[in-house]
Design a binder for this molecule. Structure first.
Ligand code: ADP
Ligand code: MG
Length: 328
């Protein structure tokens, strides 16, 4: 293995790019970055640990993409424009081919979203990546979880549930006739950066979160932070996960409780419906209205089944809910 310095130089440093946005990047004691006037900085850190967040035999290129993408998703959920990333990497005795493939995936994601890798740290140790991302959001405009209003519509982007179906496929819990869309969702999540910025730029949304732990679980974070209740209607949910050829109970569980989707869940006033449908067409990204924020005991989530029955879901009730669906 080359020296730490040679490794950084060879794999984590890149020549200037036309849209370079770091005043001083990799190579000094600290990076220098300059935020645009009138913007606040949105800062987020996520760690990916081998054995916990990914398997050691995961394709390194896909892992590189995902390592950055899941961080950018957090910025998207604030409505921020990602600009800078920092990578702290612990690497065991790894072959250089692996590192080259990992950084290829990482930089592909950085290029796709105009992000500079502006610094980091490299050390020998159990395989582990910790990324910090910094983005900009117009002052006072960030999409905080705590800002949902009673009467807001609840919206979700994309096709939640596909990534969880992809994982189920890998684990042999399902045999999908055409697993590719699900595996792509799992391996190459698309952070909804453009959507987040559009929601802020046009003042369309009140609160947002990215779905990393499951649609219902992440919704409860908005409910708690905003001290509101919500109603989700199963009949309104995006159907992509239900159309992949998995048994209905599994598909429904993946749709409502599956993680790793990195879609945005957001609330918006009903007056924005028309514009949100237009935006969906402009971005070529499904935006689906799935329910509403309602008055009620804060934190209460009511799920209306497809045939109108009401199920009150508590925090630990997602599996229970899946049980219910299974026995129907
Ligand atoms: P120091 O000893 O001052 O912490 P390092 O030798 O750790 O400096 O890092 C040297 C330079 O390389 C710094 O600018 C640091 O930000 C950058 N760097 C180190 N590891 C990475 C990495 N994995 N990705 C990007 N930049 C890195
Ligand atoms: Mg260091």
């Amino acid at each position: 293995m080359p020296s730490e310095f040679a490794l950084i130089q060879k794999y984590f440093t890149r020549p200037d790019r036309p849209y370079r946005q770091t005043l001083l990047g990799v190579g000094d004691d600290a990076a220098l970055i300059v935020p645009r006037q009138g913007c606040e900085l949105a800062v987020s850190t996520d760690m990916l640990v081998s054995g916990t967040h990914f398997l050691a035999d995961t394709d390194p290129q896909a892992l590189g993409w995902k390592t950055l993408a899941v961080n950018l998703s957090d910025l998207a959920a604030m409505g921020a424009k990602p600009r800078w990333a920092f990578l702290a990497a612990a690497l065991p005795q790894l072959d250089e081919g692996w590192i080259a493939a990992f950084t290829y995936g990482l930089f592909a994601c950085a290029d796709a979203f105009d992000v500079d890798l502006s610094g980091g740290d490299t050390t020998r140790g159990p395989l582990n990546f910790c990324v910090t991302v910094i983005g900009e959001v117009p002052a006072g405009q960030a999409l905080k979880r705590s800002n949902a209003k009673t009467g807001d519509d609840l919206w979700v982007s994309g096709a939640p549930g596909l990534a969880a179906l992809g994982l189920a496929q890998l684990q042999g819990r399902v045999c999908l006739p055409h697993p590719d869309p699900c595996l792509t969702a799992l391996y190459r999540p698309q952070p909804r950066v453009t959507l987040g910025q559009a929601l802020v730029g046009e003042g369309l949304a009140h609160a947002a979160i990215d779905i990393s732990d499951g649609l219902l679980a992440d919704l409860t974070h908005i409910l708690d932070a905003s001290a509101l209740a919500a109603r989700v209607e199963c009949a309104l949910l995006p159907t992509a996960a239900l159309q992949q050829g998995a048994v209905a109970a599994l598909a429904q569980e993946c749709l409502l409780a599956g993680g790793d989707d990195y879609e945005l869940l957001f609330t918006a006033a009903p007056a924005q419906r028309h514009r949100l449908h237009e935006l969906s067409a402009e971005l070529d990204l499904p935006l689906t209205r799935i329910g509403a924020m309602v008055a009620g005991k804060p934190g209460t989530l009511e799920v209306l089944g497809s045939n109108g029955q009401s199920l009150t879901i508590n925090r630990r009730g997602f599996d229970h809910f899946a049980e219910n669906r299974r026995t129907r």
